[in-house]
Design a protein around this ligand. Structure first.
Ligand code: CA
Length: 124
């Protein structure tokens, strides 16, 4: 019964946000997979990405478990991140996981040349 409800919540989130987006509409039991910080060293305001339902990334980082973009307010703003739910995060210069990128990091204190340049992410 519980699993059936969670599956329904996942389907609803997918329908609202489109394929491939991890940023689901608020629903019960969403899982935090990443927190992005405005400043280096995990400082400043934060932007949290969740995946619908109770879920996590798989242990290998050769697969892609989730992808996300950023709200317009957070486009080209983040400077560091932490991954949650077993997720390592790879950040990209452009939307749709395009342009320059950094390697996967569970936690990174500064994006360096990509500070304030990041527009999308992949979670694994
Ligand atoms: Ca994985």
């Amino acid at each position: 019964m519980i699993m059936r409800k969670m599956a329904a919540a996942l389907l609803g989130a997918t329908a609202l946000t489109g394929a491939g987006l991890a940023t689901a509409a608020p629903a019960q039991a969403d899982t935090v997979i990443g927190i992005f910080y405005l400043n280096s060293n995990h400082g400043g305001s934060t932007y949290t990405i969740t995946a619908g339902g109770t879920t996590s990334c798989t242990t290998t980082t050769t697969d892609s478990n989730f992808t996300s973009g950023f709200s317009s307010a957070w486009n080209d703003q983040a400077s560091s991140h932490r991954g949650y739910a077993n997720c390592d995060i790879k950040v990209y210069e452009h939307a749709g996981q395009g342009g320059a990128s950094l390697p996967y990091y569970t936690s990174i204190s500064s994006y360096g040349v990509l500070n304030d340049q990041v527009s999308s992410a992949r979670y694994s």
